[in-house]
Design a protein around this ligand. Structure first.
Ligand SMILES: Nc1ncnc2c1ncn2[C@@H]1O[C@H](COP(=O)(O)OP(=O)(O)OP(=O)(O)O)[C@@H](O)[C@H]1O
Ligand SMILES: [Mg+2]
Length: 342
Protein backbone atom coordinates (compact mmCIF):
# COMPACT_ATOMS: atom_id res chain seq x y z
CA UNK A 1 0.00 0.00 0.00
CA UNK A 2 1.35 3.43 -0.90
CA UNK A 3 1.95 5.98 1.83
CA UNK A 4 -0.34 8.82 2.85
CA UNK A 5 -0.08 11.87 0.63
CA UNK A 6 -2.61 13.94 2.54
CA UNK A 7 -3.55 13.66 6.21
CA UNK A 8 -6.55 15.56 7.49
CA UNK A 9 -6.68 15.72 11.27
CA UNK A 10 -9.64 16.86 13.39
CA UNK A 11 -10.74 19.54 10.97
CA UNK A 12 -13.58 21.80 12.07
CA UNK A 13 -15.10 24.70 10.14
CA UNK A 14 -18.05 26.80 11.25
CA UNK A 15 -19.88 29.47 9.27
CA UNK A 16 -21.66 31.42 12.01
CA UNK A 17 -23.97 28.91 13.63
CA UNK A 18 -23.56 26.35 10.82
CA UNK A 19 -20.98 23.63 11.40
CA UNK A 20 -19.85 22.74 7.88
CA UNK A 21 -17.17 20.28 9.07
CA UNK A 22 -17.23 18.73 12.51
CA UNK A 23 -13.90 17.29 13.62
CA UNK A 24 -13.22 15.19 10.54
CA UNK A 25 -10.11 13.09 9.97
CA UNK A 26 -9.08 11.18 6.88
CA UNK A 27 -6.00 10.05 4.98
CA UNK A 28 -5.56 10.07 1.22
CA UNK A 29 -2.90 7.98 -0.44
CA UNK A 30 -0.72 8.80 -3.43
CA UNK A 31 -2.50 8.10 -6.73
CA UNK A 32 -5.86 7.49 -5.19
CA UNK A 33 -9.13 8.33 -6.88
CA UNK A 34 -10.89 9.33 -3.69
CA UNK A 35 -14.55 10.41 -3.61
CA UNK A 36 -16.36 12.60 -1.10
CA UNK A 37 -20.00 11.56 -1.23
CA UNK A 38 -22.95 12.94 0.67
CA UNK A 39 -26.19 14.91 0.49
CA UNK A 40 -26.36 18.61 -0.28
CA UNK A 41 -24.91 20.87 2.39
CA UNK A 42 -22.89 18.17 4.18
CA UNK A 43 -19.55 20.00 3.83
CA UNK A 44 -17.96 18.46 0.71
CA UNK A 45 -17.12 21.71 -1.07
CA UNK A 46 -15.94 23.27 2.18
CA UNK A 47 -13.38 20.50 2.59
CA UNK A 48 -12.09 20.96 -0.98
CA UNK A 49 -11.86 24.73 -0.48
CA UNK A 50 -9.81 24.26 2.69
CA UNK A 51 -7.42 21.87 0.91
CA UNK A 52 -7.12 24.30 -2.01
CA UNK A 53 -6.58 27.29 0.31
CA UNK A 54 -9.78 29.28 -0.35
CA UNK A 55 -11.00 28.73 3.23
CA UNK A 56 -9.17 28.35 6.50
CA UNK A 57 -10.42 25.89 9.15
CA UNK A 58 -11.31 26.92 12.72
CA UNK A 59 -9.22 24.06 14.05
CA UNK A 60 -7.39 20.97 12.88
CA UNK A 61 -4.53 20.18 10.53
CA UNK A 62 -3.96 19.34 6.89
CA UNK A 63 -0.60 17.69 6.17
CA UNK A 64 0.86 16.90 2.77
CA UNK A 65 3.80 14.51 2.91
CA UNK A 66 3.86 15.16 6.66
CA UNK A 67 4.28 18.92 6.37
CA UNK A 68 1.72 21.65 7.07
CA UNK A 69 -0.24 22.38 3.87
CA UNK A 70 -2.22 25.20 5.51
CA UNK A 71 1.00 27.18 5.93
CA UNK A 72 1.58 27.25 2.16
CA UNK A 73 0.01 30.23 0.32
CA UNK A 74 -2.94 29.31 -1.90
CA UNK A 75 -1.14 30.21 -5.12
CA UNK A 76 1.82 27.95 -4.54
CA UNK A 77 0.08 24.90 -3.10
CA UNK A 78 0.70 21.79 -5.23
CA UNK A 79 -3.06 21.45 -5.47
CA UNK A 80 -5.57 22.57 -8.07
CA UNK A 81 -9.34 22.92 -7.72
CA UNK A 82 -11.49 22.38 -10.79
CA UNK A 83 -14.75 24.20 -10.33
CA UNK A 84 -18.13 22.87 -11.30
CA UNK A 85 -18.60 25.57 -13.93
CA UNK A 86 -15.45 25.05 -15.93
CA UNK A 87 -14.87 28.78 -16.32
CA UNK A 88 -13.05 28.49 -19.63
CA UNK A 89 -12.00 31.81 -21.18
CA UNK A 90 -14.57 32.34 -23.95
CA UNK A 91 -12.32 34.52 -26.13
CA UNK A 92 -9.39 32.07 -26.05
CA UNK A 93 -9.03 28.95 -28.16
CA UNK A 94 -8.45 25.48 -26.68
CA UNK A 95 -4.67 25.79 -26.89
CA UNK A 96 -4.61 29.12 -25.05
CA UNK A 97 -7.08 27.98 -22.42
CA UNK A 98 -4.82 25.07 -21.57
CA UNK A 99 -1.47 26.85 -21.83
CA UNK A 100 -2.78 29.71 -19.66
CA UNK A 101 -2.08 27.63 -16.56
CA UNK A 102 1.61 27.57 -17.47
CA UNK A 103 2.11 31.24 -18.33
CA UNK A 104 3.21 32.44 -14.89
CA UNK A 105 5.88 29.79 -14.53
CA UNK A 106 9.58 29.94 -15.32
CA UNK A 107 9.04 27.89 -18.49
CA UNK A 108 10.11 29.26 -21.89
CA UNK A 109 7.52 29.86 -24.60
CA UNK A 110 8.75 26.82 -26.51
CA UNK A 111 8.54 24.63 -23.42
CA UNK A 112 5.00 25.85 -22.64
CA UNK A 113 3.96 25.07 -26.20
CA UNK A 114 5.55 21.62 -26.07
CA UNK A 115 3.94 20.71 -22.75
CA UNK A 116 0.55 22.03 -23.85
CA UNK A 117 0.61 19.91 -27.01
CA UNK A 118 1.59 16.86 -24.94
CA UNK A 119 -1.46 17.34 -22.73
CA UNK A 120 -3.73 18.04 -25.70
CA UNK A 121 -2.65 14.75 -27.22
CA UNK A 122 -3.05 12.74 -24.04
CA UNK A 123 -6.53 14.11 -23.44
CA UNK A 124 -7.54 13.63 -27.06
CA UNK A 125 -8.24 17.23 -28.08
CA UNK A 126 -5.98 17.36 -31.17
CA UNK A 127 -8.85 18.14 -33.55
CA UNK A 128 -10.05 21.06 -31.45
CA UNK A 129 -6.89 23.07 -30.77
CA UNK A 130 -8.08 26.21 -32.54
CA UNK A 131 -11.72 26.14 -31.43
CA UNK A 132 -13.26 28.52 -28.93
CA UNK A 133 -15.22 27.04 -25.99
CA UNK A 134 -18.61 27.86 -27.60
CA UNK A 135 -17.64 25.64 -30.57
CA UNK A 136 -17.21 22.62 -28.28
CA UNK A 137 -19.68 20.12 -26.82
CA UNK A 138 -20.15 19.89 -23.06
CA UNK A 139 -17.94 16.83 -22.85
CA UNK A 140 -15.20 18.52 -24.90
CA UNK A 141 -15.33 21.64 -22.71
CA UNK A 142 -14.97 19.35 -19.74
CA UNK A 143 -11.82 17.87 -21.21
CA UNK A 144 -10.34 21.32 -21.83
CA UNK A 145 -11.03 22.31 -18.24
CA UNK A 146 -9.41 19.11 -17.07
CA UNK A 147 -6.38 19.65 -19.30
CA UNK A 148 -5.98 23.17 -17.97
CA UNK A 149 -6.31 21.98 -14.38
CA UNK A 150 -3.55 19.39 -14.75
CA UNK A 151 -1.22 21.50 -16.91
CA UNK A 152 0.81 22.58 -13.89
CA UNK A 153 1.07 18.97 -12.72
CA UNK A 154 -0.45 19.42 -9.28
CA UNK A 155 0.10 16.60 -6.78
CA UNK A 156 -3.61 16.66 -6.06
CA UNK A 157 -6.47 17.62 -8.33
CA UNK A 158 -9.69 18.52 -6.53
CA UNK A 159 -12.82 18.12 -8.64
CA UNK A 160 -16.10 19.54 -7.37
CA UNK A 161 -19.03 17.78 -9.08
CA UNK A 162 -17.07 17.75 -12.36
CA UNK A 163 -19.64 15.84 -14.38
CA UNK A 164 -22.92 17.20 -13.04
CA UNK A 165 -23.53 19.48 -16.04
CA UNK A 166 -23.27 16.62 -18.54
CA UNK A 167 -26.08 14.37 -19.67
CA UNK A 168 -26.09 10.74 -18.65
CA UNK A 169 -24.37 9.11 -21.61
CA UNK A 170 -21.53 11.65 -21.84
CA UNK A 171 -21.23 11.47 -18.09
CA UNK A 172 -20.57 7.75 -18.23
CA UNK A 173 -18.00 8.23 -21.00
CA UNK A 174 -16.30 10.96 -18.98
CA UNK A 175 -16.18 8.71 -15.90
CA UNK A 176 -14.12 6.21 -17.89
CA UNK A 177 -12.07 9.07 -19.30
CA UNK A 178 -11.38 10.57 -15.86
CA UNK A 179 -10.06 7.25 -14.64
CA UNK A 180 -7.83 6.89 -17.68
CA UNK A 181 -6.45 10.42 -17.30
CA UNK A 182 -5.88 9.99 -13.58
CA UNK A 183 -3.93 6.82 -14.28
CA UNK A 184 -1.97 8.29 -17.17
CA UNK A 185 -0.89 11.46 -15.36
CA UNK A 186 -0.39 9.81 -11.97
CA UNK A 187 -2.14 12.62 -10.09
CA UNK A 188 -4.16 12.01 -6.94
CA UNK A 189 -7.81 12.95 -7.54
CA UNK A 190 -10.27 13.96 -4.86
CA UNK A 191 -13.68 14.11 -6.46
CA UNK A 192 -16.86 15.46 -4.90
CA UNK A 193 -20.21 14.08 -5.91
CA UNK A 194 -23.66 13.57 -4.47
CA UNK A 195 -24.32 10.79 -6.99
CA UNK A 196 -23.58 7.43 -5.42
CA UNK A 197 -23.39 5.57 -8.74
CA UNK A 198 -20.75 8.00 -9.89
CA UNK A 199 -18.72 7.62 -6.70
CA UNK A 200 -18.99 3.84 -6.88
CA UNK A 201 -17.92 3.58 -10.50
CA UNK A 202 -15.07 6.10 -10.19
CA UNK A 203 -13.41 5.87 -6.83
CA UNK A 204 -11.17 3.32 -5.22
CA UNK A 205 -12.23 4.68 -1.80
CA UNK A 206 -15.18 6.78 -0.74
CA UNK A 207 -15.79 8.92 2.34
CA UNK A 208 -19.53 9.16 3.03
CA UNK A 209 -20.42 12.49 4.66
CA UNK A 210 -23.51 13.60 6.48
CA UNK A 211 -24.00 16.94 8.25
CA UNK A 212 -20.32 17.76 8.44
CA UNK A 213 -19.27 14.34 9.72
CA UNK A 214 -17.73 11.30 8.08
CA UNK A 215 -19.98 8.29 8.46
CA UNK A 216 -17.68 5.72 6.85
CA UNK A 217 -14.55 5.51 4.68
CA UNK A 218 -14.24 2.33 2.62
CA UNK A 219 -13.96 0.82 -0.82
CA UNK A 220 -17.22 0.96 -2.83
CA UNK A 221 -17.74 -2.77 -2.37
CA UNK A 222 -17.19 -2.61 1.38
CA UNK A 223 -19.63 0.31 1.71
CA UNK A 224 -22.25 -1.69 -0.14
CA UNK A 225 -21.67 -5.02 1.58
CA UNK A 226 -20.70 -3.89 5.07
CA UNK A 227 -22.12 -0.48 5.91
CA UNK A 228 -21.23 0.28 9.53
CA UNK A 229 -24.27 2.43 10.26
CA UNK A 230 -27.83 3.06 9.19
CA UNK A 231 -27.06 6.26 7.29
CA UNK A 232 -24.60 4.53 4.97
CA UNK A 233 -26.89 1.51 4.61
CA UNK A 234 -29.63 3.84 3.44
CA UNK A 235 -27.48 6.10 1.30
CA UNK A 236 -25.52 3.49 -0.66
CA UNK A 237 -27.40 1.17 -3.02
CA UNK A 238 -30.95 -0.09 -2.88
CA UNK A 239 -31.67 -1.62 0.46
CA UNK A 240 -34.45 -2.74 2.73
CA UNK A 241 -34.16 -1.40 6.27
CA UNK A 242 -36.63 -3.06 8.60
CA UNK A 243 -37.36 -2.65 12.31
CA UNK A 244 -36.81 -5.71 14.46
CA UNK A 245 -36.07 -6.70 18.06
CA UNK A 246 -32.78 -8.35 18.99
CA UNK A 247 -33.00 -11.74 20.67
CA UNK A 248 -29.40 -12.22 21.75
CA UNK A 249 -28.60 -14.74 19.04
CA UNK A 250 -30.52 -13.06 16.23
CA UNK A 251 -33.65 -10.99 15.85
CA UNK A 252 -37.40 -11.26 15.83
CA UNK A 253 -39.41 -9.55 13.11
CA UNK A 254 -43.23 -9.55 13.28
CA UNK A 255 -43.62 -10.70 9.65
CA UNK A 256 -40.37 -12.51 8.92
CA UNK A 257 -40.24 -14.43 12.21
CA UNK A 258 -37.15 -15.30 14.19
CA UNK A 259 -33.80 -15.24 12.39
CA UNK A 260 -30.50 -16.43 13.83
CA UNK A 261 -27.66 -14.08 12.89
CA UNK A 262 -24.65 -13.05 14.96
CA UNK A 263 -24.48 -9.42 16.13
CA UNK A 264 -23.61 -7.58 19.34
CA UNK A 265 -26.86 -5.79 20.08
CA UNK A 266 -27.71 -7.78 23.22
CA UNK A 267 -31.29 -8.86 23.75
CA UNK A 268 -34.65 -7.08 23.66
CA UNK A 269 -33.39 -3.96 21.85
CA UNK A 270 -35.00 -2.20 18.89
CA UNK A 271 -32.66 -2.67 15.93
CA UNK A 272 -32.66 -2.05 12.19
CA UNK A 273 -31.80 -4.79 9.76
CA UNK A 274 -30.57 -4.33 6.20
CA UNK A 275 -31.21 -6.88 3.45
CA UNK A 276 -30.34 -6.03 -0.17
CA UNK A 277 -32.98 -6.69 -2.87
CA UNK A 278 -30.77 -9.21 -4.70
CA UNK A 279 -30.36 -11.31 -1.56
CA UNK A 280 -34.02 -12.16 -1.06
CA UNK A 281 -35.80 -15.11 -2.66
CA UNK A 282 -39.56 -15.33 -2.93
CA UNK A 283 -41.79 -18.38 -2.70
CA UNK A 284 -45.52 -18.18 -3.32
CA UNK A 285 -47.65 -19.22 -0.33
CA UNK A 286 -51.30 -18.46 0.39
CA UNK A 287 -50.44 -17.58 4.01
CA UNK A 288 -47.20 -15.78 3.01
CA UNK A 289 -45.56 -12.96 5.01
CA UNK A 290 -46.23 -10.34 2.37
CA UNK A 291 -48.21 -9.43 -0.71
CA UNK A 292 -46.80 -8.33 -4.05
CA UNK A 293 -48.00 -4.79 -4.73
CA UNK A 294 -45.90 -4.04 -7.80
CA UNK A 295 -43.87 -5.93 -10.38
CA UNK A 296 -41.86 -4.04 -12.99
CA UNK A 297 -39.91 -5.46 -15.91
CA UNK A 298 -36.35 -4.08 -15.68
CA UNK A 299 -34.51 -5.71 -18.59
CA UNK A 300 -32.42 -8.39 -16.95
CA UNK A 301 -34.72 -8.82 -13.93
CA UNK A 302 -38.09 -8.09 -12.37
CA UNK A 303 -38.28 -5.44 -9.65
CA UNK A 304 -40.84 -6.67 -7.16
CA UNK A 305 -42.37 -4.59 -4.39
CA UNK A 306 -43.86 -6.40 -1.39
CA UNK A 307 -45.95 -5.11 1.46
CA UNK A 308 -45.39 -7.03 4.69
CA UNK A 309 -48.06 -7.53 7.36
CA UNK A 310 -46.23 -4.82 9.32
CA UNK A 311 -46.95 -2.47 6.37
CA UNK A 312 -43.21 -2.25 5.73
CA UNK A 313 -42.26 -2.19 2.05
CA UNK A 314 -39.60 -4.59 0.77
CA UNK A 315 -38.00 -4.46 -2.66
CA UNK A 316 -36.74 -7.65 -4.28
CA UNK A 317 -34.90 -8.28 -7.54
CA UNK A 318 -36.36 -11.46 -9.00
CA UNK A 319 -35.53 -13.51 -12.05
CA UNK A 320 -37.12 -11.95 -15.15
CA UNK A 321 -38.96 -15.22 -15.87
CA UNK A 322 -40.31 -15.68 -12.31
CA UNK A 323 -44.08 -16.15 -12.32
CA UNK A 324 -44.81 -13.56 -9.67
CA UNK A 325 -47.83 -11.32 -10.13
CA UNK A 326 -49.36 -8.38 -8.33
CA UNK A 327 -51.64 -9.74 -5.58
CA UNK A 328 -49.65 -12.96 -5.00
CA UNK A 329 -48.79 -13.73 -1.37
CA UNK A 330 -45.17 -14.74 -0.83
CA UNK A 331 -42.71 -15.85 1.82
CA UNK A 332 -39.29 -14.22 1.89
CA UNK A 333 -36.09 -16.12 2.45
CA UNK A 334 -32.50 -14.94 2.75
CA UNK A 335 -29.22 -16.15 4.15
CA UNK A 336 -28.28 -14.96 7.65
CA UNK A 337 -24.88 -13.84 6.33
CA UNK A 338 -26.64 -11.39 3.98
CA UNK A 339 -28.29 -9.56 6.87
CA UNK A 340 -26.65 -6.49 8.49
CA UNK A 341 -27.81 -5.33 11.90
CA UNK A 342 -27.65 -1.75 13.26
N1 LIG B 1 -19.17 31.05 2.82
C1 LIG B 1 -20.16 30.50 3.53
N2 LIG B 1 -20.88 31.24 4.40
C2 LIG B 1 -21.85 30.70 5.15
N3 LIG B 1 -22.21 29.40 5.10
C3 LIG B 1 -21.54 28.60 4.27
C4 LIG B 1 -20.49 29.10 3.43
N4 LIG B 1 -20.01 28.08 2.69
C5 LIG B 1 -20.73 26.99 3.04
N5 LIG B 1 -21.65 27.29 3.98
C6 LIG B 1 -22.59 26.36 4.63
O1 LIG B 1 -21.85 25.23 5.08
C7 LIG B 1 -22.56 24.02 4.84
C8 LIG B 1 -21.73 23.11 3.96
O2 LIG B 1 -21.64 23.67 2.67
P1 LIG B 1 -20.88 22.99 1.45
O3 LIG B 1 -20.89 23.93 0.33
O4 LIG B 1 -19.55 22.50 1.93
O5 LIG B 1 -21.83 21.74 1.16
P2 LIG B 1 -21.77 20.64 0.00
O6 LIG B 1 -21.66 19.31 0.68
O7 LIG B 1 -20.71 20.99 -0.97
O8 LIG B 1 -23.22 20.74 -0.65
P3 LIG B 1 -23.71 20.62 -2.22
O9 LIG B 1 -23.77 19.15 -2.51
O10 LIG B 1 -25.05 21.24 -2.20
O11 LIG B 1 -22.71 21.36 -3.05
C9 LIG B 1 -23.88 24.44 4.22
O12 LIG B 1 -24.85 24.51 5.24
C10 LIG B 1 -23.60 25.81 3.65
O13 LIG B 1 -24.77 26.60 3.62
MG1 LIG C 1 -20.77 21.59 -2.99
Amino acid sequence: MSENLLEIRNLTKNFGSVTALNNISLDIKTNEMFALLGPSGCGKTTLLRIIAGFEYPDSGQVLMNQSDLLAIPTRTRPVNLMFQSYALFPHMDVFSNISYGLTNTSLSKEEISKQTFEIIEKIGLQEHVKKKPNQLSGGQQQRVALARAIARKPKILLLDEPLSALDKKIRQEMQVELKRIQHEFGITFIIVTHDQDEAISLANRIAVFNKGEIKQISSPQELYENPTNEFVANFIGDGNLLKAVSTGNGFQHPSLGEIVVSHNSGSGKQISILIRPENISLVKASDGAGEITDSVFAGSRKNITIKLRTNEIVRVYADKSASLEIGDRVNLSFKPQDVRVF
